[in-house]
Design a protein around this ligand. Structure first.
Ligand code: NAD
Length: 252
């Protein structure tokens, strides 16, 4: 059983999907959790209530992490209340369609600002807190698209590929401060992000068939590996990319 008693975590985009599953698993393991929501306050309040039922503390923040001010003020408020942050899960992200040659720059930049700049804004604010404490764990949620690429989602794949480079760079840069930095790269996951495309049952079945383990994972299937990476069982792992995709990259 993984225990993370009395640790403090920030999970971006923790109000739904993978972020929600990670937040609840962290709380179950004994961690207090801060999370941001983007639009849906009620969803965040529901997660907060579930975390408090587990006797852990939870803070929620409305924040658009593509905006530097929002990201920095959220981290500052957490630090003011808790005085530390042991775990950062950079999970918030968007996945939109974009055909090269016809893609509006707005579409490209919205993805880069959310999926990459947003991670920079949060991480850049959290690292001094972790450095001061001489310890910490960061997990960046990337994607299979980072290594395999994704046609018609080149902006998304580029942003997620950058998270792999960021992870490897920071792993070495922050190792002297005992801060570990790893990446989890999911393949398809059954969340709101894919709900539109999964409405097509035939398409969903085709995806399931293409995955060697023949299943489309739940958010909890991704949260488990995240929990492992922030636990002491992974204390000698840093700069790693953990693919969680039922073997899908192997058959690319
Ligand atoms: P989701 O759409 O349910 O969750 C995305 C979260 O990001 C939401 O909580 C949303 O509020 C937050 N978010 C989006 N834009 C934001 C912004 N500007 N500021 C603050 N928060 C913002 O999808 P999910 O599947 O749970 O995605 C979580 C992470 O997993 C994402 O980074 C995604 O790219 C990655 N991922 C998902 C899949 C998949 O198939 N679902 C596959 C690979 C990687």
């Amino acid at each position: 059983m993984i225990r993370l008693n009395n640790k403090k975590a920030l999970v971006t985009g923790g109000s739904r999907g993978i972020g929600k599953a990670v937040s609840l698993m962290l709380a179950e393991a004994g961690t207090d959790v801060a999370l941001n929501y983007f639009k849906n306050k009620q969803a965040a309040l529901d997660v907060k209530a579930e975390i408090e039922k587990k006797q852990r503390r939870c803070m929620i923040f409305k924040a658009d992490l593509s905006q530097q001010e929002d990201a920095e003020s959220m981290v500052e408020k957490i630090n003011r209340s808790w005085g530390r942050l042991d775990i950062l899960i950079n999970n918030a992200g968007i996945w939109t369609f974009g055909e090269m040659g016809r893609m509006d720059y707005k579409v490209w930049s919205e993805t880069i600002r959310t999926n990459l700049d947003g991670v920079f804004f949060v991480t850049n604010s959290v690292v001094p807190i972790m450095k001061k404490a001489g310890q910490g764990c960061i997990v960046n949620i990337s994607s299979t698209a980072a290594v395999r690429g994704e046609a018609f989602h080149s902006h998304y794949a580029s942003s997620k590929g950058a998270l792999v480079s960021l992870t490897k760079s920071l792993a070495v840069e922050l190792a002297p401060y005992k801060i570990r930095v790893n990446c989890v790269a999911p393949g398809w996951v059954d969340t709101d992000m894919c709900s539109e495309v999964f409405k097509d049952k035939e398409f969903k079945e085709k995806i399931r068939e293409s995955i060697p383990l023949k299943r489309i994972p739940s958010p909890e299937d991704i949260a488990g590996p995240v929990l492992f990476l922030v636990s002491d069982y992974a204390r000698h792992i840093t700069g790693e990319v953990l693919n969680v995709n039922g073997g899908a990259v192997l058959c690319a």
